[in-house]
Design a protein around this ligand. Structure first.
Ligand SMILES: C[S@@+](CC[C@H](N)C(=O)[O-])C[C@H]1O[C@@H](n2cnc3c(N)ncnc32)[C@H](O)[C@@H]1O
Length: 323
């Protein structure tokens, strides 16, 4: 990453943190959970027994690998495999290994806001599946749309796994998918991992583990503001809180201030005031059903051409094709 990219990102970070903490009610974007510490905490979350999402999607990708590979390379042509929010690529490696072992022609272009996640991913793939050509792209989903659009030669297959789309409320998800559609041709495909509505307790437990890893992950955003913007948050004075509305399928994470407090943020030259029990909304994890997915796809210029479910009916991977 070039130095001016870092500076630009830092300015954007400072601007968004100020906007969110001076708004009422306060909010922060979940994309800022992910620095080196946040990436490591998310890997711990994926290993928690309560966080069923990873195992379910792992099962789907392992069961239907051949079927998916055939869809990716329908006409035997070379394709570029983009991945939005690739993280540690644990599940993607199942596909990459199969594609290499079966002589498919492709390159892999993981996209992530976290440069740490991308460099770890590239070196682990180089070690585990050295024949994969990896071209990482650092940036947000929105920043990288142009790079996706610029690929004119190869068929594009875009992975959006882990129900990452669920971090966007429906209106924003449609706006994003609409722009993604504009960067795709009719022959391209989008593989979406989407977490399904289920027993509300199961959902709630996935974001509220008793060991406190999810709480530490949520609070990492305050640690980042401390280290990158010179703030003085005492994370012990904030409580992680999760709610789930089974009607809308929206799970929301909050940080709740346990007392009245004033926090000075040096880089922003601002004092943020918290009343006792005031909230900061930090994440949305939307849950879906087939009807909602069909609606989202149509509203953004796609149709669903296939779906694959795990054995517990907790999670689905949908194939979206441009209309
Ligand atoms: C919940 S993790 C999921 C990782 C992987 N897709 C999986 O299913 O295991 C989300 C990943 O997306 C990245 N991410 C989150 N918001 C992003 C954004 N707005 N733009 C780009 N990457 C983002 C994070 O850095 C992280 O690596």
């Amino acid at each position: 990453m070039h130095e001016n990219t870092i500076q630009l990102t830092q300015t954007e970070f400072a601007k968004e943190i100020k906007e969110g903490l001076t708004a009422f009610p306060k909010y922060l974007s979940s994309k800022y959970f992910y620095d080196e510490k946040g990436d490591a905490l998310f890997q711990k979350i994926m290993a928690l027994p309560e966080y069923y999402l990873t195992n379910c999607e792992f099962e789907i990708l392992s069961t239907y690998t051949k079927h998916l590979a055939e869809l990716f390379s329908k006409d035997d042509s070379t394709f570029s495999l983009f991945e939005l929010g690739a993280g540690d690529g644990k599940k993607t490696k199942i596909l990459l290994k199969y594609l290499i072992d079966n002589n498919y022609n492709f390159d892999y272009r993981p996209i992530d806001i976290s440069s740490n996640a991308l460099s770890q991913l590239k070196s682990s793939i180089n070690k585990e599946i050295p024949s994969v050509v990896v071209n990482p792209i650092q940036g947000t989903y929105f920043d990288t749309l142009k790079t996706i659009k610029d690929e004119q030669q190869n068929r594009k297959v875009i992975l959006f796994l882990g129900s990452n789309i669920g971090n966007l409320l429906h209106k924003n998800a449609i706006a994003f998918l609409h722009q993604l559609r504009a960067a795709m041709h009719k022959k391209d495909l989008l593989l979406m991992g989407m977490d399904l509505k289920k027993n509300p307790q199961t959902v709630l437990d996935a974001y509220n583990d008793p060991t406190g890893v999810t709480a530490a992950f949520n609070k990492n955003i305050l640690n980042r503001i401390n280290s990158e913007l010179g703030a003085k948050f005492d994370v012990e004075k904030f409580k992680h809180w999760e709610v789930y509305d089974p009607e809308t399928g929206t799970a929301k994470s909050y940080l709740v201030s346990t007392c009245k407090q004033s926090i000075f943020i040096e880089e922003l030259e601002t004092v943020i005031e918290f009343e006792a029990w005031e909230t900061i909304h930090t994440e949305i994890s939307q849950k879906y059903d087939d009807q909602t997915v069909d609606w989202l796809a149509k509203a953004s210029g796609f149709k669903v051409i296939a779906d694959f479910c795990d054995s517990q009916s907790y999670f689905k991977n949908y194939i979206f094709q441009p209309l």
